[in-house]
Design a protein around this ligand. Sequence first.
Ligand SMILES: Cc1cc2nc3c(=O)[nH]c(=O)nc-3n(C[C@H](O)[C@H](O)[C@H](O)COP(=O)(O)OP(=O)(O)OC[C@H]3O[C@@H](n4cnc5c(N)ncnc54)[C@H](O)[C@@H]3O)c2cc1C
Ligand code: SF4
Length: 469
Amino acid sequence: MFPTLTRTEAQARHWDIIIAGSSFSAMFFLQGLPKGLSVLVIEKGRHMTHAEQIASGFRNLEAVPMNNRSGHDKEWVFHSLLGGNSNCWWACTPRFHPSDFRMQSLYGVGEDWPLNYDDLAPFYQEVEEAMDVNGGGSDHVLPRDKPFPYPAHLPTRSDKVLRAHSDLWWAQPTARANGGPRAQCCANGVCDECPIDSKYSVLNSFDRLAYDGAYLLTETEVRAARIEGGRATGVLVRDADGEGEISGSAVALGTNALFNAVILLRSGVDHPKLGVGINEQVAQNVLIDGPGLGYFGGTSVTGHGYALYDGPHRANHSGVLMETYNAPMELRPDPGKWTERLRMKIIAEDLPRDDNRVVLDGDDYVIEWAGHDAYAWDGLAWGLERMQSILPDGLDFWGWTEPVKTEKHAMGTHRFGSDPARHVVDPDLRVHGVDGLFALGSGVFPTSSLANPTLTLSALALRAGRKVS
Ligand SMILES: Cc1cc2nc3c(=O)[nH]c(=O)nc-3n(C[C@H](O)[C@H](O)[C@H](O)COP(=O)(O)OP(=O)(O)OC[C@H]3O[C@@H](n4cnc5c(N)ncnc54)[C@H](O)[C@@H]3O)c2cc1C
Ligand code: SF4
């Protein structure tokens, strides 16, 4: 781990870069920085060891104030502790689809990203290597220059049936270990708190994240960036003893899509799109029964289905990404057939809407939530209609659950692009109009994709760090 400081010690120095947060976006930005800088990482939460998290189950879940006018239950999940949500994530690590970066050009929807799949590919590879990602069988849709660092986990019986039917089913890329320094994932299926520390987390990878010249200050909240004469000159912080200022030549916010927006608003960044457009995917679980299906195999979420992901339908509504589950499992009540069931999650992308936004509320903040866009709901309904048609003969798609309350993937609150009038952040993740202020993480995503965000936000943060001279 990095050497730690007290607030007084941190205040006694001037830092080249101050980074707020200690999870994926913060740590991969740090990895990208040139050597020789003095860096202070400021983390709001405390250091809870893996053993302490397992024993207590406590991870300091944030209570998120929300005016929910959507008519649907809605939740947002953020944990404030060293390593952030890397402690509890499930380590599903797909790359985004090449079309996800060009939604406006291809389908007239949302906005194109200011970079494309090929621009990000080398950074994807580096992050996959840093996380010991395993996978395979997806290169014809998600092209790669180099193989996955490790081969895919064993498929389940259900995955074998699906993969024999179409090459649009393949192993889900994941940082739940199948080779590398961490313990082999053994499909316990309680990945929120992996008992054997198999999935990648910041805490179990600190030795590989080391940066000579980086120090850590925990249990200290960054309240705002100090901006003077159009440039960031430090941060305003709060801890148990009160408030203070810490000086730095540059500030990078890696506190996720929600808290980055809150900090930027408090810092006086004045942009009509700041905080606007918070979104995340919508998902439902579906059940499929039939001969040949069954569990066993190498990990918790085992497969991906892309048959309904990309295509002209995205001009009208989202596609759906399918995830096959090994654990937690669903059993069939029929005698002799109780494992002949597949539980699958289908996931639709949402669009950023102006009426979904984060705003300040006095000293605090609130999410104004009008609901997911019809683009997402229509995509889910379309996916359910199509499901039977993409399954091999003999499998019976018969049930689905209510949409889940959250995919835990908040995005889109400070979207990036090259037009300062429309975008809060530039293509290198620097806040337009403020020198030396970076906003990292999935808050920059102009459109959200159907796939899990963390590999992509980590690759973007690494790339942003590399651009610092
Ligand atoms: C249960 C669960 C499962 C998930 N599974 C997956 C998955 O399989 N695949 C995937 O791609 N994504 C998954 N996610 C989402 C993933 O965790 C996030 O995309 C990712 O953690 C975002 O990284 P981040 O660095 O931007 O922010 P976070 O991980 O949210 O970290 C933010 C950090 O900033 C700190 N912080 C917050 N405010 C302040 C402040 N004011 N000052 C200082 N520090 C502050 C926090 O304590 C935290 O350390 C999952 C999330 C959850 C909750
Ligand atoms: S499936 Fe089990 S061993 Fe693998 S990451 Fe999840 S909890 Fe850990």
